[in-house]
Design a protein around this ligand. Sequence first.
Ligand SMILES: Nc1ncnc2c1ncn2[C@@H]1O[C@H](COP(=O)(O)OP(=O)(O)O)[C@@H](O)[C@H]1O
Ligand SMILES: [Mg+2]
Length: 357
Amino acid sequence: MLLQSLTTLNYRNLTPDTLHFPAGVSAVWGPNGAGKTNLLEATYLALTGLSEVSRLEQLVLQGESEAYVRAELLQGGSLSVLEVGLGRGRRTLKVDGVRVRGHELPRGSAVWIRPEDSDLVYGAPGGRRAYLDELLSRLSARYAQQLPRYERAVAQRNAALKAGEDWAMPIWEETLVKLGSEIIEVRRRAVGRLAELAYEANAALGSAKALRLELSESTTPETFRADFARRAAEERARGSTVIGPHRDDLTLTLGDFPAGDYASRGEARTIALSLRKAELDLLRERFGDMPLLLIDDFSAELDPSRRAFLLTLAASVPQAIVTGTEEAPGAALSLRAEAGSFFPAPPSQTPLPQVRA
Ligand SMILES: Nc1ncnc2c1ncn2[C@@H]1O[C@H](COP(=O)(O)OP(=O)(O)O)[C@@H](O)[C@H]1O
Ligand SMILES: [Mg+2]
C-alpha cells in the first residue's frame, strides 16, 4: 500500500495543494498550528473514510461551505483514486469516480498513532469501544454494516422504553439479541488475536509487566434473552437499554492492576502504543498488505525507548508519514510545515536512534 499523492481543497487550514509522497518515511515538521495534524487527519479520512469530529463542518475551512480531499493509492500494482467531499454535514466517498459507502473503501489502508491515544487507557469505556469497533469495522464489512443497525435498534428500543410501549419490547429484543450476539461473537474472535499482538508489542517496548486485553461483557449471546427479562424493571425505570455490546468494555490490565486506575502516564503511553501496533499487525495479517503508518507528533514522545520504537516502526514499514516540531530522522522526504503549506527541504542525515532488538 503506497500513498502516491494527497490533494486537499478547503480542508481546515491547509493551503489547497497536491503533495507527492515517496516510499519510506516522509518527515513533516514545523511549529504548532502549522497544519501537521490536519494533514494526517485529511490523509486518514481519504484512505479510510473515518473522522472523529462530531460535526463534519469543522473540517471545512472557516467561511467556506465545502471541502475536498483526494488520495492516489497504489495497491497490489494498481492505482486507485479515493475522493472525499465534505459539505453541509454530508460526506461523499468515491473510489475511481464511483460513489461508495464507507465499508466499500480499501479498509486496511492506514493506521494513525497520536499523542491523544493515552485517552484509550484513562478514558471512559466508550473510547475503547470506538477503538475496537473502528478496527473490527475495517476487518469485516459485515461488522461495519451490522454495528450501525444494532445502534439504531438500541436507540429505537430506548425511545420505546421511555414511551412505555411495552407491546413493542419483544420485537426490539429479538432484533437486539440477533444483531448484538453477532457483534459479540466477532469481538470475541478478534480480541483473542488482538490481545496476543498487544501483549507482544508491550513487551517489545520494554515493559516488564504483562499487558492483558479482555472483553468485559454486560451480557452474552447465551444469556441475552434471560438478562432482558431479569433487568426489565430497571430498564423501564431508566428508559434505556442497559445490556448489550454498546455497554461492553475492552478492559486493559497491566501486571496485576486495571490500567485505567493504576498505570503511570508513561505506562499508559506504552499501552496505547501497543494497541496501535496490534492494530497495524492485525490489518496486515487480514489484508496481507502493510497499512500506511501515520505518526502524529513523534517529538512529543520524550521517553527514549518509545521514541526509538516509533521511529524504528516507521522505518520498518513500506511507507510512513511522521510529524513533529523537529524533523524525524532517516526520512526519504522532508517537508517543512508553515501556516498550512508544506515546503520540500533537504532531508537531514540524522541517524535513527538505536533500539534494543
Ligand atoms: N475549519 C478550519 N478552518 C480554518 N482553520 C482551521 C480549521 N480547523 C482548524 N484550523 C486551524 O488549524 C490549526 C491547527 O492545525 P494543526 O494541524 O492541529 O497544527 P499542528 O501543526 O500543530 O499539528 C489551528 O491554527 C486551527 O485554528
Ligand atoms: Mg498537531
